[in-house]
Write a protein that binds this ligand. Sequence first.
Ligand code: HEM
Length: 223
Amino acid sequence: MVWIYAQTFRMTVNQLLKSPFAKPVLFSLCLLPLAILVGRGLTGDLGANPVETITHETGDWVLRFLLITLAITPIRVWTGNTSVVRFRRMLGLYVFFYACCHFLIWLIADHSLDLHDMIEDIIDRPYITFGFSAFILLIPLAITSNNAMIRKLGKSWKKLHKLVYAILILGILHYLWLTKADYLEPGIYAFIATVLLLQRLPGRKKISKHSRLFSGIAKNQQA
Ligand code: HEM
């Protein structure tokens, strides 16, 4: 009985993910954190230090979207559901979008677009060095995320996009370094990041075969 419910749930999720509305719905959902921030700004609900609130909120969302994007492959491997892969590019571009907002707030509100001041900050504060490096590494990934660049770069595209692991490590170091107390939230992100990175170690490919076999058996039993 449980198995029938599980299969029905799996098929419903599959149908929803394949629906033509799935992408626009996800696109809108990804804009929700920004919309909430704008709403809070308009109603004067950003606290005593609005710049700090915006920096923290956007920083959190850069990391959350990065982790969600990197979770797509394990979700595909563990569930055998290949439909999730078509959302990866959009989620990756949202990482870049929120990183740009996060970076621009720092550049405009903290440094008033002063290049000298900005460079001094990058050199003086290690957590800014980590965050800035992560942001710089995100740029080539965002630029090469379209179909034409994927075709043009061929095998090098995959190699280039391995930079995402360095970005994740830099992003986690950035957060851990700036935290002065209460390491719970950065600790949770660091734990998830470690799981996602370990999952990509070469030996883990066996899980992929197993889940494909499992989904194959499930499909046969369904037929
Ligand atoms: C992939 C790139 C980045 C990620 C994942 C990231 C992530 C984060 C996170 C999670 C926070 C803490 C939010 C919180 O406390 O709730 C944060 C804060 C912050 N980030 Fe980033 N960040 C990135 C890039 C940058 C860049 C490029 C800069 C500027 C050069 C920057 C400057 C800051 C600042 C100033 C804070 C607030 C620090 C404080 O209040 O003590 N970040 N970031």
